[in-house]
Design a protein around this ligand. Structure first.
Ligand code: SF4
Length: 295
């Protein structure tokens, strides 16, 4: 996939972000989603440009805040297909708290994290997923810390679908995004994206292995313990230069946040986005009532 196929996109030639865009477009096409049925929220970073190139409703939020905006939109209008996206710094660093709690509450959406192991837009600083020893302008002697392990963090936080794919494999990436969009609950995709401009040593160039296809790996992604072991092995393998991808965890039984809230009567069955236009529901106009009362 090359920039020439997306003439309007301004990512650097060879950037992995093109692979995300291609896979996301392919998934939307395969599911027959029209632009007005989807919302894409993004954070700050090169990944944040995604909604400039993807034909849907879009909301380019502030740094690390694509998830809270996506949550609010999905709760107000459950019929919308909500996709949130951001980089590893945006999602696992600045927005890390939102990541944990959106996973814990199992909000129904797809979350794509462009993981290129650095901050790209701001010119290559060390990020939460930079490998130990990685040299950058902010860590010229090499990162002293072990990187964050996003798959394991996602599982312990409560995500109900967890996968890793890579921009070098857009076909697998498309299949995984399709599954994530169809999943009812929080679907987290750690999407390995090479940054040839600022992270020339990126390990994502290494040939990937699909753990669901390879005979070398035998685990059940619906078994939490087996998934946890496979994730730990996968994250250790990446540190050693071996790229394992695939679906790591799938829980189709757990209700989403919206489903639970509606089941106990804390949220109306009728979407808030539609009720707002019905004058009989005064509480939705509480701000107007407050202003009327105090004018
Ligand atoms: Fe892609 Fe890196 Fe260029 Fe950003 S700086 S567009 S992440 S190659």
């Amino acid at each position: 996939y090359t920039p020439e196929l997306e003439p309007q996109a301004t990512w650097c030639p060879g950037c992995g972000d093109f692979g995300v865009l291609k896979a996301l477009k392919g998934a939307a096409q395969e599911l027959g989603k029209s632009p007005e049925e989807m919302l894409l929220t993004t954070g700050i970073g090169c990944s944040g440009k995604l909604n400039s190139y993807f034909d849907s409703y879009g909301f380019h939020t502030i740094h690390g805040r694509s998830l809270p905006v996506a949550r609010a939109a999905k709760l107000a209008n459950p019929g919308v297909e909500v996709i949130a996206a951001g980089g590893d710094g945006d999602g696992y660093g600045i927005g890390g708290n939102h990541f944990m709690h959106t996973a814990r509450e199992n909000h129904d959406m797809t979350y794509i994290v462009f993981n290129n192991e650095i901050f790209g837009l701001t010119k290559g600083q060390t990020s939460p997923t930079s490998p130990k020893g990685h040299k950058s302008k902010t860590q010229p002697h090499g990162s002293a810390k072990e990187p964050l392990r996003p798959l394991s963090l996602s599982l312990t936080s409560g995500s109900s679908y967890i996968a890793r794919t890579a921009a070098v494999n857009p076909n697998q990436a498309k299949e995984i995004i399709v599954e994530a969009m169809e999943h009812d609950g929080f679907a987290h995709i750690d999407f390995l994206t090479q940054c040839p401009t600022w992270n020339k040593d990126a390990r994502q160039y290494v040939p990937y292995i699909d753990v669901n296809e390879s005979d070398d790996y035998d685990f059940d992604p619906t078994d939490r313990r087996e998934a946890a072991d496979m994730m730990a092995e996968t994250e250790q393998a990446l540190h050693e230069g071996k790229v394992l991808t695939g679906r790591f965890y799938v829980d189709n039984d757990r209700p989403s946040y919206g489903e639970e809230k509606r089941a106990i009567g804390e949220m109306p069955e009728e979407p808030l986005a539609e009720r707002y236009f019905d004058d009989s529901y005064e509480w939705e106009r509480s701000a107007d009532l407050f202003l009327d009362k105090h004018k």
